[in-house]
Each structure stands twice: as C-alpha cells, then as structure tokens.
Design a protein around this ligand. Sequence first.
Ligand code: NAD
Length: 349
Amino acid sequence: MKKILMLPGDGIGPEIIKQVFKILKNYSIIFNNIKFFFSYIGGISIDKFNSSLTKETIEQCNNCDSIFLGCVGGYKWNRNIEKPENGLLKLRKKFNFFSNIRPIKCPFKNIDMLIVRELTGGIYYGKPKGFSKQIINNIPSWYAYDTELYNEQEIIKIIKISLNLSLNRKKKICVIDKSNVLETSKLWRIVSNFLLKFYKNIKLSYLYIDFASIEIIKNFNKFDIIVTSNLFGDILSDECSLLTGSLGLLPSISINNNFLSLLEPCHGSAPDISGKNIANPIGSLLSLVLMMEYVFNDLKNSKKLYYCIYKVLSMGFGTLDMKKILNNFKLVTTEEFGDLVNHYFVLND
Ligand code: NAD
C-alpha cells in the first residue's frame, strides 16, 4: 500500500493538483494499492489554523510515502508575519528533503538536463538572520542580514547524489558557485573535487554563477547535470524555463534518507492568473511522471504518462502560456488539458 498526501496549497495550486488527481485516481485502479489524503499548507493553512504548517499536517506527512504539493504564497499574505512560504521551508527542513531534482527537458527542442538543487541549507535557513536597528550618521536605521552557511556533510550528500545520478546519464557534472567571492562556494569546490576521486569516469567542471546564467541559455547542450546551492538552484531553474518555454512546464522531486518523497512543480502560486482556469498543469503532471518512476518504480506507466502529455502537446493543445511554443496552437483551459491527458492515459493509446 502506498499512501499519498496531497497538499494543493494556494493560488493556482488547487487548479493544477486537481488535474494530477484525475490521473492519479485512474492510476490507483491500475496500481490497485494507493490511498489518498488531502491537507493544508501555506496561506490557506494560515487562514484556517493560524499556522502555515500545522502539527496535524506534519503527522499526516509522517504517515505517508509521498507528498504531492501544488504551491504556496500570494499577495493576500504579504503583510503577515507568518508567511505561507514558511510552511514549505519548514516542511522541506523537517523531513530533510535535502536534494531537489529538477529535470529541464523538452523533446521539441532537444533539451535534457538535470538541476540538482541543495534544498535544506544555505542562505534560506542559515542563522543568524533578521532585522535590527542601529544608529548610522546619527540617524536610527534599519538593517537586515542573512547567513549563507554550509557544512561539509551537507555538501557531500548533495554531490554524491549528483555523481550517482550522472552514472546513468552522460557522466558530466557542473558545480555552479561563486567561489571567487564566497567561502561556502570554496568548500563546495574542495568537497566535490575530493569526492570525484571515487568516481573515476565522471567529468567534473565548475562555473561561477554569473557566467553560468549566460552559458545555460546560450550553450545549454554543454550541460548534463548541474549541482548547486539552495539559492543559486532556485534562480537557475526559473531561468531554465526560458529554454523550455514556460515556467509552468518544470517538475521536481525531492527524496530524503527515509525514502519519503516530495513532488512539486518548480513554479510558484502565480497569483496573477489564479482562479482563471488558465494555469499550465504540465509541471505538476510531469512531477507525477517522476513519482511513478521513482516512488512506484513503475517505468511503464511513467513513460506512458509522459507520452500522453506530449501527445496532447504535439496535437497543438496548450494553455495560454504555450501559445508561442506550440505549432498549430489550440487554446485549452487547465481543466481541458488535464481531461485530454487523462483521456489518453485511460485509453491506453
Ligand atoms: P510564480 O512562479 O508564481 O510566477 C511567475 C510568473 O510565471 C507569473 O507571471 C505566473 O503567472 C507565471 N506562471 C507560474 N506558474 C505558471 C503556470 N503553471 N502556468 C502558467 N503561468 C505560470 O512566481 P512569483 O510571481 O515570483 O511568486 C508568486 C508567489 O509564489 C509568491 O508568494 C512566491 O513566494 C510564491 N512562490 C512559491 C513557490 C512554491 O510554492 N514552491 C515557488 C516560487 C514562488
């Protein structure tokens, strides 16, 4: 029995998770042994329970094999002290989802690389952080500070994951950092260089984040696996949506040491388009593809779902953000796109 906890979250989260659930329900008939639960995270959880991640939701996460998340955040909570995003950061940290794998793949454009983002360390979590006041030039002034902090163990874990992943790919890894300025980046280089000794056939290269952000767009074919810190990975994967065409296309999976997995699209809650039935559900649907492969070890259905998504796209059907990407573009809503993919998935076509 596999237990899946669905956390739709905020903004477009419920709209896109609904499309995933259509297919999951049918998949549960094929797989025959899946149980679903639903719960709250982020802004909706603040509204209902005054907390972005409640003890009850944590308990439900503890009792499942996989967490399927939509996205969190929105203008509504901009002035809150407790932010919706805290719920997601707490969830990742609590369950030690230290490695976040983000496939950047587009069969139409021959793009296929992986970003491996460290997810539970670095500047998003480093202490001290905060706001304070001091007197500057006799004027009381606010200042704010964050801390970028990585220990050797955290870096070893994420580099090892990348090295192991590369064994089944092109055996090519690029560490992206800012080691000309940052001490943490220097440690990333020392550790990755040391670990490479145990992986003789893998080619390891390094790039500074500033030049890398140009190279990724200009020469994406040079890259296979990119491994990087929490902050740089967050930014680079959004940038990579320029390659595939839309931020709505990118999926991700994070796995912890206890084989609990977290599936989520790479995008945010897109408050500018939420509630309009125009959000692209593909990032979430491709996260389901990843779940079938990595959680259920079901390569057959994972490939089938991937094929169904691209079948619908190659017929020209897409949400508004796909207008400039697809040939013979035919506009469909979020719901209609989900229905089409579900139709072909069920048809076994
Ligand atoms: P965003 O990813 O929500 O949106 C950026 C742009 O991409 C917007 O124009 C949006 O309409 C578009 N977009 C995003 N997903 C799309 C989809 N599936 N289909 C079509 N278009 C899509 O980033 P943002 O605007 O910087 O942030 C909005 C909120 O989301 C903020 O509160 C932010 O903190 C939060 N956020 C959450 C996550 C997460 O839940 N993992 C990640 C990033 C941002």
